[in-house]
Design a protein around this ligand. Structure first.
Ligand SMILES: Nc1ncnc2c1ncn2[C@@H]1O[C@H](COP(=O)(O)OP(=O)(O)OP(=O)(O)O)[C@@H](O)[C@H]1O
Ligand SMILES: [Mg+2]
Length: 321
């Protein structure tokens, strides 16, 4: 019924218009980040002992999962850890100084230490690149201690391996993996705006969708795919521990009593959901239940008005068909 009013095609159109970062904008933002990377490479050619070894685009822009409302350009910066301070705030101040050396044409006011990263602003566009430190000791797969942007603690992981992990799912599901991720991130964004205790990190969305897609959930029809993810979240209630066999044997994962367990695909001692409390879990499950019910109701609704209203409960008041 409701499908004649809002079907896969309408969700695709809404995603193109309101959810996804436009391809050209993504290209421009990536190019900006890559200019910094290239400058660092030039500086390293002249100063081979310099402690900043490499910069790598690392967040949603690298993964192709960015929303239109993207607020930051995440870049990981690999630091030879022998010489870097251990204390996080000293490390960030130290990194800002090193970036000033590598980017001499940036004014100091464009290179700002933040809590757990350094923001580099381009005057021409006003865009900010968030430079996140990774302490590393030369691992060939670029594993290292990523400074958590939530807590400042070191997380042993590998950004290039994360990118390869996501790439594998994108290759298996065409445009649909990234699109379902973006729609869910968009849903989560509305929930966060309504409730500051609602938590759902982008990386967790990517991992949950990967977990379900790996087990046969179809992603190519967006109403069905979204309903399937919400039904899973509401019915599993995070009893299942999410882990991946790409880079380790899931049987070897650490055991923990944390309310939600979503292991980093490259390190099964790093629970990406470590900070989620029982309350966070409950809010997530309740919101998934509501969203699943709303999609069910939308698919059964008779009038176009009702169908759109139910979809708005999931995709927000800007949804229109
Ligand atoms: N807890 C974590 N453990 C390991 N790696 C992490 C963790 N959190 C973030 N990362 C790394 O940082 C990258 C960026 O993560 P995150 O999901 O927070 O932002 P994003 O993908 O840029 O999304 P957004 O669009 O919300 O900015 C991830 O792809 C992952 O490589
Ligand atoms: Mg980001």
């Amino acid at each position: 019924m409701g499908r004649q009013h809002v079907d896969h095609g309408e969700i695709v159109r809404f995603a193109d218009e309101r959810v996804n970062l436009k391809r050209d904008d993504a290209t421009d933002l990536r190019a900006q980040a890559n200019r910094l990377r290239d400058r660092l490479e030039g500086y390293l050619d002249e100063h081979p002992q310099f402690e900043l070894r490499k910069m790598l685009l690392s967040g949603s822009l690298a993964k192709g999962t960015a929303l239109k409302s993207i607020s930051d350009i995440d870049v990981a910066c690999y630091i030879s850890s022998e010489s870097a301070p251990h204390n996080v705030s000293e490390l960030i101040a130290w990194l800002a100084k090193r970036l000033e050396s590598a980017f001499p044409n940036f004014k100091p006011s464009q290179i700002k230490p933040k809590t757990y990263s350094v923001g580099v602003t381009f005057i021409s566009t006003g865009n900010e690149v968030d430079i996140v430190p990774i302490l590393y000791t030369g691992d060939p797969e670029w594993k290292g201690n990523l400074i958590s942007q939530d807590t400042g603690e070191p997380l042993m992981t590998s950004v290039p391996m994360h990118l390869a992990f996501i790439r594998k799912r994108k290759d298996a599901h065409g445009v649909h993996y990234a699109q379902v991720v973006r729609l869910l991130k968009f849903w989560a964004k509305q929930r966060k705006q309504a409730d500051s205790d609602f938590r759902l990190k982008s990386f967790m969305v990517e991992l949950i969708v990967a977990y379900l897609a790996d087990r046969g959930t179809k992603l190519d029809d967006y109403p069905e795919a979204l309903a399937a993810v919400f039904t899973y979240l509401a019915s599993d209630d995070f009893r299942t521990t999410i882990a991946f066999a790409d880079y380790y044997d899931p049987k070897s994962c650490a055991s923990t009593v944390e309310p939600i367990r979503v292991w980093d695909p490259v390190n099964c001692e790093n629970n990406v959901a470590r900070l989620y409390t029982n309350q966070n879990k409950q809010k997530l499950v309740d919101a998934a239940l509501d969203a699943g019910d709303a999609i069910d109701a939308a698919l059964r609704a008779v009038t176009k008005g009702d169908t759109v209203r139910y979809w708005q409960k999931v995709l927000g008041p800007t949804f229109n068909a």
